[in-house]
Write a protein that binds this ligand. Structure first.
Ligand code: BG6
Ligand code: MG
Length: 223
């Protein structure tokens, strides 16, 4: 079946900029205050996961999930977000990851649409700091999304707002649950990270510097 490519839909944290590292540092600091230690392997399970769900996973890891009231959990999550907010204040356009600006330029030069599907409630702030807010046709508001990744809702919402069929979209993600969400939406998935971790992606690049518009579109056409 021939498909006509119409849009690229990107995740933000860990794809467009290295803010995934700031999420990691902020969660790690909070976890340590609670006497819970976690490593980068566990952090893979937090990527693409909403703020409250991430907190729950950390509390379960430390066996402390039953020790806090909903209000206390909300204040723990707010504390992490305050720390994260401080870290992202340093973000400038220089923090756009290698390979992303040329890829966005290629997409634009072919009049394809650009969407952002991040579950982060800080996505608008980060995109503004990167100078990319107006480059995208659609930035999905995470607050409007009912089901987080791996549910395909956020990618389907992006496609709908862009006015394109999911099968005409390519999604780009660094998270396991993100790749699952793209595939669940019926889109072609490009993963950024390890092939082993992102085994469900249609094409994987170890880092964004290796992204190739020509190769991605060739594989999309063959899929
Ligand atoms: C995702 C990140 O993009 O956003 C997760 O991969 C993060 O690590 C999630 O927890 C929610 O972000 P925020 O900014 O709303 O706490
Ligand atoms: Mg991500």
């Amino acid at each position: 079946m021939s498909k006509l490519l119409q849009a690229f839909i990107f995740d933000l944290d860990g794809v467009i900029t290295e803010s995934a590292e700031y999420h990691y540092l902020a969660w790690k600091a909070l976890a340590e205050e609670l006497g819970i230690t976690f490593d980068r392997a566990f952090n893979e399970e937090l990527k693409g996961v909403s703020r409250m769900e991430s907190l729950e996973k950390i509390l379960v890891l430390g066996g402390r999930q039953d020790e806090f009231t909903p209000e206390q959990k909300a204040s723990l999550a707010a504390k992490k977000n305050d720390h994260y907010g401080t870290l992202i204040q340093q973000i400038t356009p220089a923090d756009i990851l290698p390979g992303i600006a040329p890829l966005l330029a290629e997409i634009r030069s072919r009049n394809l649409k650009l969407g952002l599907a991040s579950v982060s409630r800080n996505a608008f702030t980060v995109m503004a700091s990167l100078g990319l807010k107006d480059e995208f046709d659609v930035i999905v508001d995470a607050a409007e999304i009912k089901r987080g990744k791996p549910d395909p809702e956020i990618f389907l919402t992006a496609a709908q707002l862009l006015g394109v069929e999911p099968s005409a979209c390519i999604g780009v993600e660094d998270a396991v649950v993100g790749v699952e969400a793209i595939k669940g939406a019926g889109m072609f998935a490009v993963g950024i990270g390890s092939e082993e971790t992102l085994a469900k992606a249609d094409l994987v690049y170890a880092h964004t510097g290796l992204l190739s518009y020509a190769e991605i579109v060739e594989k999309f056409d063959q899929a």
